[in-house]
Write a protein that binds this ligand. Structure first.
Ligand code: HXC
Length: 514
């Protein structure tokens, strides 16, 4: 027996050696942690339970018969984060560049299956050259197994991807199918084809970083949701994100063990929001004043910053916040912010997280650029997402709520459960200037003093719509509140809606605009 145990110990030691000392050194010198160090940093101490460590590639072609590594370039298993079970994989770049062949794919898929069957979150730490060229169609088919499981797990369990190295080719689509993509600055990169292929095909020269670094995917493409300067900070942020999420769609998000009490009215909140809608302010300052412990985990902070989305707690309970940001493009809704809001709303709904909208929005962005790029279908995503959502949906109108953006974010017709407004709220089809130009085009042209006439009509329009009482008189607002009581009011409304049940007709699935 001792002999057999010695053999087992030797085999286990081999699995820990990755691609060998030289490759491990290379990994370190390129500023990256090893696959196993990453797992240790992410999970609770000594909670990792490894799966399939002895799996190796079956490929015999292109010299692969001489390059067999136990684990086949990925470490997989289960572990705990704040005591809660998760399943995870961590690619090992020291083994053939973390590339994915048939057996690596089987390992990842087996781990996904366990996450799905046990209804527990799935996390993947990626560092890979993509499909292992030597394994041809078996590698490509392997991605098929992973993508299908990502799709089937969507909305069932939270799925999180961490880009901690290159993720090339097929390796990028699994993250794109997951709920949150984290990128470590300077090392995390995502691209379908690398700079060399791009140069060959199009003649274009681009660096890895400019092609698919953390900045590009967080600011420009919208593929990623978070960018963190170091791996340590990244893993700690992933842990924080998970603290807001339930393990699956059948559970409620964890309630905080240290909720903040409903304290006295906030005398300072009013000063943050100028009465004149011409003046701007930072909605994030308002959010911080409202939520527990000023703790707001912003999602996609750098993409479409004219909308702000993220997770927070109110009296200990998790909420999803969707807000317009008057500081950027007056908080207007455009293509990117529509995509950003719609996806977040669907995420919150899937995982039983009530949604609170903080509305101050002049409408959908006009212009040929937006029209031709499809603001109609992108804007429709928000309508679809809110209509589909059955979690409590609360809207607070701070100032402007105009046109299509009013319908999308705070109209009773769209099925919001509770709509509140500040006395500064103004609800209209459009702003006074635009409305008067349309309604009185002929009269303005023919008036003796066109400017005076226009001003009078604008004043008339504003008197009718630049307050919340017109909408309230039709029952389209449920309460007009003193801004100083915002936090208390929202907590009360959340309590009123805490047992909300809303059924939908059974069907195979809807067909959201995309
Ligand atoms: C096989 C690969 C590989 C691949 C890298 N390697 N990519 N082996 N298949 N796809 C190997 C390298 O040959 C090398 O092996 C080891 O991994 C480390 O790679 P290096 O190039 O030395 O490392 P580095 O300089 O850090 O560059 C990493 C890299 C680069 C940026 C990932 O290797 C690269 O550009 N690889 C190709 C990426 C790519 O185009 N993938 C797409 C595959 S097609 P040795 O033995 O020397 O250590 C695909 C199909 C799906 O995925 C497409 C759907 C859209």
């Amino acid at each position: 027996m001792e002999e057999l145990l010695e053999k087992l110990r030797k085999k286990i030691k081999e699995t820990r050696a990755g691609g060998g000392a030289k490759e491990l050194e290379k990994q370190k010198s390129s500023g990256k942690k090893t696959a196993r160090e990453r797992i240790d940093l992410l999970l609770d101490k000594e909670s990792f339970h490894e799966l399939d460590p002895f799996v190796t590639s079956r490929c015999q072609d292109f010299g692969m018969d001489r390059r067999k590594f136990p684990g086949d370039g990925v470490v997989s298993g289960s572990g705990r984060i704040d005591g809660r079970l998760v399943f995870l994989v961590s690619q090992d770049f020291t083994i053939m560049g973390g590339t994915l062949g048939e057996m690596q794919a089987n390992k990842i898929a087996a781990c996904q299956d366990l996450a799905i069957k046990n209804r527990r979150p799935f996390i993947q730490i990626l560092d890979s050259g993509g499909a292992r060229i030597q394994e041809g169609v078996l590698a490509l088919n392997g991605y098929g197994h992973i993508f299908r499981r990502n799709s089937l797990a969507s909305g069932l369990i939270p799925q999180i991807s961490i880009m901690a190295g290159p993720t090339a080719g097929g390796a990028v689509y699994s993250p794109a199918l997951t709920d949150f993509v984290f990128m470590v600055e300077g090392i995390g990169r995502m691209f379908i084809t690398g700079p060399e292929v791009i140069k060959q095909v199009t003649g274009e020269e681009v660096s890895f970083e400019e092609l698919g670094g953390a900045r590009i995917h967080n600011e420009v493409s919208g593929v990623a949701h978070f960018a963190l300067p170091t791996e340590e900070e990244c893993f700690s942020y992933v842990r924080k994100l998970l603290s807001f999420l339930p393990a699956n769609c059948y559970e409620l998000p964890p309630v905080s063990r240290s909720p903040q009490d409903q304290e006295a009215p906030d005398e300072n909140i009013e000063a943050l929001i100028p009465v004149s809608s011409e003046e701007v302010y930072d909605i994030k300052e308002v959010i911080h004043r409202i939520v527990d412990h000023q703790d707001f985990l912003e999602v996609q902070a750098f993409f479409a910053p004219n909308a702000v989305i993220g997770l927070a707690r109110l009296a200990g309970k998790v909420v999803g916040i969707v807000a317009n940001q008057p500081l950027i493009m007056a908080g207007v809704l455009d293509i990117d912010s529509s995509d950003k809001i719609a996806r977040f709303v669907r995420f919150c709904d899937a995982f039983n997280i009530p949604i609170i909208n903080l509305v101050d929005v002049p409408g959908y962005l006009p212009g040929t650029d937006q029209e031709h790029k499809g603001i109609i279908r992108h804007g429709a995503k928000i309508l679809y997402a809110y209509s589909e959502a059955t979690v409590p949906k609360i809207s607070l109108i701070l100032r402007k709520a105009f046109g299509g953006a009013y319908i999308a974010l705070c109209s009773q017709g769209m099925g919001f459960d509770y709509i509140l407004a500040y006395p500064t709220a103004s609800i209209a089809v459009m702003g006074a200037e635009g409305a008067v130009n349309i309604l009185f085009r002929k009269e303005i042209r023919e008036a003796v003093d066109s400017e005076k006439f226009r001003r009078e009509k604008e004043k008339e329009y504003q008197e009718k719509f630049s307050h919340p009482y017109y909408a309230a008189s039709y029952g389209l607002l449920n309460a007009i509140i003193d801004p100083r009581h915002t936090r208390q009011e929202l907590i009360r409304v959340l309590e009123d809606l805490s047992a909300k049940k809303e059924e939908r007709a059974s069907k195979k699935h809807g067909i959201p605009p995309c």
